[in-house]
Structure formats: C-alpha cells, structure tokens
Ligand binder design. Structure first.
Ligand code: 13P
Ligand code: SF4
Length: 309
C-alpha cells in the first residue's frame, strides 16, 4: 500500500528536521498530527524548560508567538521558527509594555508578575513571569505585605487570589476562547454524564471554575487523568487537549465542555507549514537584545519555580 499524503509530509519533515538539526516543540492544543510528530509536546512551562535546554540548532515552535518568543529569549543563540507568522495569542496582546509602565507608575511599590501569555515587552517590564502551572507557587513565594500587579489574565489572577488569599492588582485581559465556555455548558455536560470528573483550565471564568473538580494547566491535566480512577472527564479547555488526554487514557471518555472551545490561532500550524518552515527557515522569531536582556530575568525565575502537582 502506498503512503498517504500526510505520511509523505511527515517523512519529509523528519528528513529535513534531521538535516537542519532541528527540534519540533508543540503545545497540547496543536492539531493531533502536529502533536504526534513533535519531539516534545507539553504545556507552556514544559515547553519553555525544553526550549532552554535543547542542544538543537533550530527550534520549530508549533504553538503561538509568545511561546516562540519565550524560546528565543531563553535560547538566544538558536534559530526559532514559527511556522505560521500570524499565530498569535489575543490575550497576550491585551496589554502593551507602555500600559504596564503606566500601571507601575500608579503602584510604584508593587512587584510585577506577568503570565507567560504576554509579549516580550511586557516580560521586560515584569519582575516575575509564571505559567498557569506555577502561578500559585510563585505568588506564594513573594514577600508578604508587598502589593502585586498581575497581568494580563484577570481569570488566572482571580484563581491565584483565591488559592493564595492575597489581593492582586489585576488587568482586565482574558482568553477569548476560554471565556466562551459557560457554567451552563458544564451543567449540561454533567446532566448527561453524572459520573464524570470536571477538569478546567484556570483561564476559564469564575462560574465555570466553581463547578470544576480540579483546576489545572494543560500539563497537569495529563498527569491528573493518568492517575485518576475515573472513566469519564468533562474537559473545560481548548479542544486540542482531548488528543493528549486520550493518548494517556485510551480507556476513558473525554467530553469537551460545550462546542466553542477552539483557539483559531493554535489551529494555524499545519504539516504543510511545518515543512515550509524547515525548508525555507521561516518565520524567524527575533527579540531586540535590549528587551531580551530584561525579559530573560523574569523568565529565568519562571522556569526555576516548581509547578503545583
Ligand atoms: P498551558 O500553560 O496550561 O499549556 O496553557 C497555555 C494556554 O495558552 C492556555 O490557553
Ligand atoms: Fe491565547 Fe487563549 Fe489561544 Fe491560549 S487558548 S493561546 S490563551 S487565545
């Protein structure tokens, strides 16, 4: 039997990847065929750690721009490629460096924590960076009595406030995909599957999180379902997540919370674009050195903080 077009593409990508001494990193929301091809698939924290320690010459980042930028900041001497130049994260663009400088002027005594879903400019203005996997641990480690600015995700910020009991100065950013999941979606899914365990990403709104059994980063979701005796899970995050969950628990059933949990930017990376990226070394991600030098401090702190289990 001949090869399918996808198999031919996969073979070409593998050959070119070896020739370029490239590593393929993919986020858990990527299309299944991209996840299956990647050398490493994971959450934002795992991918950043991987990008900081790889000995490959080229990093092909199958995700969105802030992830590739983070890889470039942590590994400045590597070539970092984003297969689709328009794959961005709308939440990351909800605050600019200038806006953060304005907020800092209003709260000059505050420490600044930014979510990794932010631009390099914002990271450069921040004292600490975090992902959803270690935001609580990071904020807990900060000196008591110091005000804390947390940008840009108000929903992750609200989750951190609840977990740590600390008040944060929040920015009204949000993920346009996660806010589309509603508490009604969870109630409906629960009615149909009363035995299911509900897992949700902290980027969801508070009413959704209040109904969840566990609030987890995408990497934590994989570890959670692997260790859980449950047979059914309602999943309140981007729908791409079902693929890695199903891989670790082929015996379990995963039900997406509603039908709107799709991040269009995460779906922009295709096998064809990965091949073109390797063939033409496109699209190279650059961060001006002055910004990089400032941003790397907050990112190094991020990769050093252990995630919550
Ligand atoms: P994770 O860090 O949990 O993988 O989340 C990244 C993200 O973009 C969520 O929308
Ligand atoms: Fe950004 Fe939301 Fe897409 Fe994650 S799911 S990359 S936060 S828009």
């Amino acid at each position: 039997m001949g090869k399918t077009p996808d198999q031919r593409l996969v073979d070409e990508i593998r050959d070119l990847k070896a020739a370029r001494r490239a590593v393929l990193l993919a986020h858990n929301y990527q299309l299944p065929e991209i996840q299956d091809l990647a050398d490493f698939c994971g959450d934002s924290l795992g991918l950043s750690v991987e990008a900081s320690k790889t000995d490959a010459d080229v990093i092909v980042f199958c995700g969105v721009r802030f992830m590739a930028e983070t890889a470039k900041i942590l590994s400045p001497h590597k070539m970092v490629l984003l297969p689709d130049r328009w794959a961005g994260c709308p939440m990351a663009d909800m605050i600019t460096g200038e806006q953060l400088r304005g907020l800092k002027r209003k709260h000059p005594e505050a420490l600044v924590v930014c979510y990794v879903n932010s631009t390099a400019d914002v990271k450069a203005e921040s004292d600490y960076c975090c992902t959803s996997a270690n935001a609580v641990a990071l904020v807990q480690s900060l000196p008591k009595g110091r005000p804390i600015i947390f940008v840009p995700d108000q929903h992750l910020g609200q989750f951190v406030e609840k977990q740590t009991g600390r008040d944060l100065i929040l920015w009204p950013g949000y993920c346009p995909t996660h806010v589309l999941m509603s508490d009604e979606d969870i109630r409906q899914a629960r009615k149909q599957h009363p035995d299911a365990v509900v897992i949700a990403h902290p980027e969801c709104t508070e009413p959704v999180k209040d109904l969840a059994d566990a609030l987890l980063s995408t990497g934590q979701m994989i570890r959670f379902v692997k260790d859980s005796p449950a047979q059914r899970f309602i999943v309140a995050t981007e729908v791409g997540m079902i693929h890695p969950l199903q891989k670790v628990r082929p015996d379990a059933e995963f039900i997406p919370a509603g039908t709107r949990g799709v991040c269009p930017n995460m779906k922009k990376t295709t096998l064809e674009k990965v091949l073109a990226s390797l063939a033409n070394l496109q699209f190279q991600v650059e961060v001006p050195e002055e910004i990089r030098r400032k941003a790397v401090r907050s990112l190094q702190r991020m990769v050093e903080v252990l995630p919550e289990k």
